[in-house]
Write a protein of this length. Structure first.
Ligand code: KG4
Ligand code: ZN
Length: 342
């Protein structure tokens, strides 16, 4: 049996996995940096890169040990996410992958992190999920694609400002919740009334665009809590029910925007399958609302398994698609921090 070593370091998670040709994950490890970035209420790129540097070798060692493979003999390739992401973070993963390719005399595979998030939907499934509409909802991206195959994509639309996960995280800060705020906010929302606050659904009612916007929604939350202007949020003492109700109202508005555009993308492309990945795809309200909306369209919904929604290296299994087609990267390859919308 041949294996792949996949490395992921696009943002603040340092991750590695060993995956066999059948896309079975033999070993997977993720070192989160939540405790480092929490006091800044968000990821500090320079700190993220430095911590990747400390963790990348131990994480790779761990999955090699757990899988008990001989990398120099049994690896078919070393795969690494080279785009998109934070430049310093991407560089650490790519440098590690290149060094291992040289040491073990293995080919290098470059993985697109956004495509890998959608490929998480393929994991554990016998039949191909492609073609489909792919929806990446994370802290860095909120984009819809027409996915003809695992790596042939057409960009359909996406956020014109904040990613939805970023909006969750920033509203969570306003509600006094720790980073990353998405999961915390959705927990708080279960005890709140989603109709308590009237919040906007930017761009939702425009059937001519698959673009979305979350920045105005985030600002509307702020205005509801402290009024317009630059008032200091930390000076406001929100009562518990207000926090719960705002969490529920914000979550409802954000989810409605996502579901509406996902349905429009299915209608526009005529595809009968929607695959959703990325950190926010772990959100229970989004999962259940998508389920009913997609069903009403007569389409199939494939959600990434909850444990593969947030950043991980197991979704680097997409690299097997490249190996199978003989698509290897030159060792001179560089990172691509920006998202190419093509
Ligand atoms: O995919 P991911 O790990 O990193 C990026 O590629 O951005 O996504 C992280 C994002 C964070 O913004 C986090 O707050 C959000 O996903 N998130 C959630 C939930 N779990 C993670 N947002 C809402 N509800 C959740 N349950
Ligand atoms: Zn991600």
């Amino acid at each position: 049996m041949e294996y792949l070593l996949a490395i992921e370091s696009t943002c603040d998670e340092t991750a590695a996995a060993i995956i066999d040709r059948d896309r079975c994950v033999i070993a997977s490890a993720v070192a989160s940096q939540e405790e480092i970035h929490t006091r800044f209420h968000g990821v500090v790129p320079e700190l993220a890169a430095r911590h990747h540097l400390e963790r990348i070798v131990p994480i790779i060692d761990r999955v090699i040990e757990q899988s008990a493979i001989d990398p120099a003999v049994e690896l078919a390739a070393v795969a690494v996410a080279t785009e998109p992401g934070l430049p310093g973070s991407l560089l650490v993963g790519l440098a590690a992958a290149k060094a291992l390719c040289i040491a073990w005399k293995k080919p290098l595979v470059a993985v697109n992190h956004v495509q890998a998030h959608i490929y998480a939907c393929q994991m554990g499934r016998e039949t191909s999920v492609f073609p489909c509409v792919g929806f990446v909802v994370s802290g860095g991206h909120t984009n819809l694609y027409h996915c003809h195959s695992p790596s042939q994509w057409t960009y359909l639309g996406g956020t014109i400002d904040d990613a939805v996960g970023e909006a969750f995280d920033k509203v969570a800060v306003m509600l006094g919740l720790p980073y990353p705020g998405g999961p915390e906010l959705s927990r708080l929302a279960t005890q709140g009334n989603p109709a308590a606050f009237t919040l906007p659904r930017p761009m939702l009612s425009d059937p001519h665009t698959l673009n979305m916007s979350f920045s105005g929604l985030k600002t509307a939350v702020r205005y509801h809590l402290v009024g317009p202007g630059k008032q200091d949020l930390t000076a406001i003492d929100l009562n518990e029910q207000t926090r719960r109700d705002m969490a529920a109202s914000f979550q409802r508005a954000a989810v409605e925007c996502l579901v509406g555009k996902a349905v429009l993308a299915l209608q526009r492309t005529g595809e009968k399958r929607l695959c959703v990945g990325g950190g926010v795809a772990a959100n229970s309200l989004l999962r259940s609302e998508l389920q009913s909306a997609v069903q009403r369209c007569g389409a199939e919904l494939v959600l990434a398994p909850p444990e593969l929604c947030t950043d991980n290296a197991a979704m680097g299994a997409i690299a097997w698609e490249h190996v199978d087609r003989g698509e290897f990267a030159d060792l001179g390859i560089d990172i691509q921090p920006g998202l190419l919308r093509k």
